[in-house]
Write a protein that binds this ligand. Structure first.
Ligand SMILES: Cc1cc2nc3c(=O)[nH]c(=O)nc-3n(C[C@H](O)[C@H](O)[C@H](O)COP(=O)(O)O)c2cc1C
Length: 177
């Protein structure tokens, strides 16, 4: 049966069910998956899995992503900080899960198995990824329960490969039909 031209609309509300419904609806937008790394104020390696990454501008070269205002890492992402965006490959779902685990020191737990290089400003770089963008944070814009971070791309590298995807709460890959 064809779907109706005008579907049933839902108005967002702050109840638990309302929040889940909006999250599930937004999850219909298929994305790639990144891990974003930096050093915190104490010089410690930190990182988190992020799918809110997007390109913004080619000239000047700008990208954005958003971080939860309640994240343990929010203070580390201040204007002037350098960070690296790693676009993950299809075989890196376990790494994405690891860097998405709340409340753990992700580098301490993963370091023995993970090859880590150093980029601009000593930012930790992860191996085996599809692309890396080294960025300088220019704008932090609070927006609801997140902060939108806009950054200038200083350097990038593209080892290439097939992408890891995230859709409807699940990791996957791009079909080759
Ligand atoms: C696929 C995926 C995408 C995510 N995208 C974001 C994101 O865009 N922004 C964000 O702040 N957290 C995102 N997270 C959550 C973080 O990876 C991580 O769980 C969060 O930082 C945990 O809270 P903490 O920072 O307080 O430890 C994502 C998690 C997963 C698994």
């Amino acid at each position: 049966m064809p779907s109706p031209a005008v579907p049933v609309f839902v108005t967002p509300d702050a109840s638990e069910a309302g929040r889940r419904a909006l999250r599930d609806a937004l999850g219909q937008f298929a994305t790639g998956v990144t891990i974003i790394t930096t050093l915190d104020a104490a010089g410690k390696d930190i990182g988190l899995t992020v799918n809110s990454f997007a390109s913004v501008s080619l000239d000047p070269p700008l990208i954005l992503w958003s971080i939860a205002a309640g994240s343990q890492h929010v203070a580390a992402f201040a204007v002037g900080v350098r960070f690296a965006v790693h676009i993950l490959g299809q075989d890196q779902a376990a790494l994405a899960r690891h860097f998405g685990r709340p409340g753990v020191d992700r580098f301490a737990a993963v370091e023995p198995e993970l090859e880590i290089g150093r980029g601009l400003g000593g930012v930790p770089l992860l191996g085996g990824v599809m692309a890396i963008f080294e960025c300088l944070l220019e704008t932090v814009a609070p927006a609801g329960d997140h902060h939108i971070l806009i950054a200038r791309v200083e350097r990038f590298a593209v080892p290439g490969g097939a992408p890891l995807t995230f859709f409807a709460g699940r990791f996957g890959g791009v079909g080759t039909t």
